[in-house]
Write a protein that binds this ligand. Structure first.
Ligand code: ADP
Ligand code: MG
Length: 292
């Protein structure tokens, strides 16, 4: 590619909120036939709100929210922010937590006073020996509405459910429609559960969903698509997306996302919405046409 055309393309991109870090990303995008998108913070706003607090029998709701809020202060995950904000809005104040640990894509653990609190998905509950099938059933029901539902364990025992709702970005469905019209297959990858992922996928028109995937799985799935001969772009916002962003033929970070994601990507969508993907595809075609 001639440096001049690439510079022109890069400049046009910048005017439209598409920051091109690697010239190669701009060159490759026109050949992309598969786009892998993360759910939370990419298809959705990534600003979830606390909408459901269901303590298990014998657990006090206020106590549960205070412990969970105290523990989640240590996490930078958007889910954690939602929980802390929601608990504060309900008038709760938190004690200091200690011995915080987090497992990316699963959840967190911390000590609050004498209690050990864990919050996260089924994997996290299995990790702390507090997986409860009856609670898992209740979680599934709430997930069918597109909510993200997390389990809470206190001192290694199931203690309840916490649900957050993360609105879908108003541009997501249209963007997916444009990508489909350009003949591009769109695949959702998420660390969230199958039921929640399906509900969101149905709303935006994505038909291929991989749920409950770890950050390493995201990376692996991108690798498998490439091995199957696909040219793959990956769009994501989180620390958990960074390895997959780096592994894709074109990594596209949301400008609203984490620094780690932006560093791992060849391109950043400043506005942080997926309409930029369809634009980037057109920009790449136009740039390469200029060169040929
Ligand atoms: P996504 O791929 O949709 O961006 P993540 O991989 O970041 O999602 O998270 C996957 C799942 O792990 C979440 O749906 C949640 O159940 C759990 N999880 C991750 N971080 C936290 C946290 N700080 N508190 C509670 N649960 C968490
Ligand atoms: Mg995300």
């Amino acid at each position: 590619a001639t440096p001049m055309s690439i510079m022109t393309g890069t400049g046009k991109g910048a005017q439209n909120g598409i920051l091109v870090k690697n010239a190669e990303a701009l060159e490759t995008f026109e050949k992309v036939d598969t786009i892998v998108v993360d759910k939370t913070g990419t298809l959705t706003e990534g600003r979830p709100e606390l909408v459901m607090v269901e303590p298990a029998q014998g657990i006090d709701e206020s106590e549960m929210l205070r412990l969970v809020g105290a523990a989640e202060i240590g996490s930078e995950h958007p889910l954690a922010e939602a929980i802390v904000k929601g608990a504060r809005a309900r008038g709760h104040k938190f004690a200091a937590a200690s011995d915080f640990s987090s497992v990316t894509g699963e959840g967190i653990e911390a000590s609050v006073g004498k209690r050990r609190v864990a919050i996260g998905n089924a994997k996290m509950m299995r990790r702390v020996g507090a997986y409860d099938p009856i609670m898992a059933d209740a979680a599934e029901t709430a997930r069918a509405k597109g909510r993200t539902v997390m389990f809470v364990a206190i001192d290694g025992k199931p203690a309840g459910l916490i649900g957050v709702a993360d609105p879908i970005k108003p541009t997501s469905a249209r963007a997916i429609g444009r990508l489909h019209a350009a003949g591009i297959r769109v695949v959702m990858l998420t660390g969230d559960s199958e039921a929640t992922a399906r509900a969101v996928a149905n709303e935006v028109g994505i038909d291929e969903v991989h749920a409950d995937v770890s950050p390493a799985d995201k990376n692996r799935i991108v690798g498998e698509l490439k091995a199957a001969g696909k040219t793959v772009a990956m769009a994501g916002d989180g620390i958990n997306d960074a390895p997959a962003l780096a592994a894709a033929d074109v990594g596209v970070a949301m400008g609203t996302g984490t620094d780690v994601a932006i560093e791992s990507a060849g391109m950043t969508l400043v506005r942080g919405d997926l309409e930029g993907l369809a634009q980037a595809h057109r920009l790449s075609s136009a740039t390469m046409r200029n060169i040929r």
